[in-house]
Design a protein around this ligand. Sequence first.
Ligand code: MN
Ligand code: MN
Length: 461
Amino acid sequence: MTTDELRESLLMNPKNGLTQISAEDRAEMEAYCKRYMAFMDACKTEREATAWAVAKAESLGYKPFQPGMAIQPGDKIYYNNRGKAIALAVIGTKSLAEGVNVCAAHVDSPRMDLKPNPLYEDGEIAYFKTHYYGGIKKYQWPTIPLALHGVVYRKDGSVITITIGEDDSDPILMVSDLLPHLAADQMQKTMAKGIAGEQLNVILGTEPLDGEGSDLVKLNIMKLLNEKYGLIESDFQSAELTVVPAGRCREVGLDRSLLAAYGHDDRVCAYAELEALFAIDNPAKTAVCILADKEEIGSIGISGMKSQYFEHFVGGLCDAQGVKLFDCFANSFCLSADVSNAFDPSFPEVSDKRNNSLLNYGVAICKYTGSRGKGGASDASAEAMGHVRTTLNNAGVIWQLATLGKVDQGGGGTVAADMANRNIVTVDAGVPVLSMHAPIELVAKLDCYETMKACKAIYNA
Ligand code: MN
Ligand code: MN
């Protein structure tokens, strides 16, 4: 054999997916990404993503989960976890005792949440105080267009939904930064400290009411909120309002191969899972799609992946077949669908290039995440990796391997450990992202599309 033949038969030879994809697949990829962009424009918070998923599922015949309900193969069921997370299932022809195929993503993203007592005035400017949510580089959030999203539980018990800053006719909100002329001291600080958490104050307005007394700008803002939404200041005590980057998902690059949006992490995988699930009618094993909340702050709490709402849902389905939940979990598989860090040629020093995901090389399979000696990781077994490898290869999915940065550079986690701790075989996989956790993140269209195909393959496995 020649060395060329040996190289071909013995060595890995990864190729850019855009050179591998068929013309037909490329057209489907573009159509898929158009739908994904519309989803991203509609969904910037876990509540909005959950509401979107509920509405879409109901339009496709999904029924809400009821404890004690009877189930048949082909039934489509969803569990709306208090409007902040959702699990959906398509019942398979096999018994739940043989396990379920799960794809689990999260729909919360880093942002700035309003404090419980947020509204104040200083220097005749009205502001909201915020507490950032998730891992952000605080210096990235001043001087960009911002929008307010969320819900308020009013004094009379009614709940209203608020979105300000997304319609072109809306005002936007903003956090200020110091002019460079006077930033001599600030510029000496580390990037971690250049903007402090207590400086992430969101500007609401500057016009005082005509009258006597203090805080007339704040009073004017409260008056505007009262006129439009019927709010009084104490209503903030029972609100979930969050400040996110304003604006739409956009194509990026002269070749339009990338997409820029707030919160690709992890709605890019959430959407992939949903589309894949909605394309399935009669799987062999029951297919379960999870859009979880609170991943960015540790998956804790009632809507996070550690919550037993998942047991309530799958356990309820098992009860309908007289199957023990433990037996179902023991035979289940989970693709923990979450983003990875795409290799960034401007910052090569943080990655092991041979083991880092690349833009346009397809869905990135991550054996382990974690940090400092795999700490906190769900380290997938050879068997689990083999299952994914075979399943994706058989389905013609373009995929690659990934690790989260070079050894001892940092690290992170996903819901993988929460699923594996339930005795469910779990592997991490997702879309490579540039500028992860920045207000605007970048992904490649090809990787979005291949991730959807990967979810479909897992549901059908
Ligand atoms: Mn994530
Ligand atoms: Mn994240």
